[in-house]
Write a protein that binds this ligand. Structure first.
Ligand code: DC
Length: 226
């Protein structure tokens, strides 16, 4: 059995299915789901709205000090992100805000603020948390760590289908280019780059549906807790 107060981390590149898998796994384990990408997106939105230049350290520090992020559970497996009391979950779930989040996430002050908040949210344990540096930096002592991957082409196909479901028709090549750029930037940055922790289990979801991935993770969790 997994420690009931345990922490399960799921890191990986954008579009690998982390959100669907993390939500599903959290529901199966009766754990809380923590979406750290949503936090970077919300901070990216705040900095954009206020026209903050990342190179202007005093202005950035002042702005970050005033940002209040709250994560509110919404049903069994969803979480809303409130930025200074306003629900920005939908507004930040766009490919453009993903690029903005990726850019601001390379900044040390932004990472410092969000890493501290994530550790605070994870203090009580019983969480499944997804991001880029959950297993390497934020929760290095997590009970079980996964690194979820899929080919860039498969991730672009999935993202295109998701957007089409919402009525947004986006060119496949444009999505593939965005995904490739984000992979490159997230894994090459100096601070907390995207990479598997040494003790992470790599799961390739390219040819597996969400239910199969969750079952595979549950089996690994059961095995590692023996
Ligand atoms: O998971 P996502 O697509 O919502 O994340 C958006 C961006 O935020 C991602 O490109 C990089 C950044 N991010 C990060 O640097 N560290 C995390 N733990 C989560 C996200």
């Amino acid at each position: 059995m997994l420690d009931p107060k345990g922490i399960v981390t799921i890191d990986g590149p954008s579009g690998a299915g982390k959100s669907t898998i993390s939500r599903g796994l959290a529901a199966k384990l009766h754990f809380t789901y923590l979406d750290t990408g949503a936090m970077y997106r919300a901070v990216g939105l705040a900095l954009e709205q206020q026209g903050i230049d990342l190179a202007d350290t005093p202005a950035l520090a002042q702005c970050l000090a005033k940002i209040e992020l709250t994560l509110v559970p919404n049903g069994d497996d969803d979480v809303r992100v409130l930025l200074n009391g306003e629900d920005v979950s939908q507004a930040t779930r766009t490919p453009e805000m993903g690029m903005v989040a990726s850019r601001v996430s390379a900044n040390p002050l932004v990472r410092e603020k969000l890493t501290a908040l994530q550790r605070q949210l994870g203090e009580k344990g019983s969480i499944v948390t997804e991001g880029r540096d959950m297993g390497t930096v934020v929760f290095p002592k997590a009970s079980c760590k996964f690194f979820l991957v899929a080919s860039a082409e498969e991730r672009a196909r999935r993202r295109q289908a998701q957007l089409a479901e919402k009525g947004q028709i986006v060119d496949y090549q444009e999505i593939l280019d965005q995904i490739s750029k984000r992979d490159y930037d997230d894994s090459r940055r100096a601070l907390a780059p995207l990479k598997p922790a040494d003790d992470a289990i790599i799961v390739d979801s390219s040819s597996m549906g969400p239910a199969a991935v969750i079952d595979c993770m549950l089996a690994s969790i059961a095995k590692s807790a023996r």
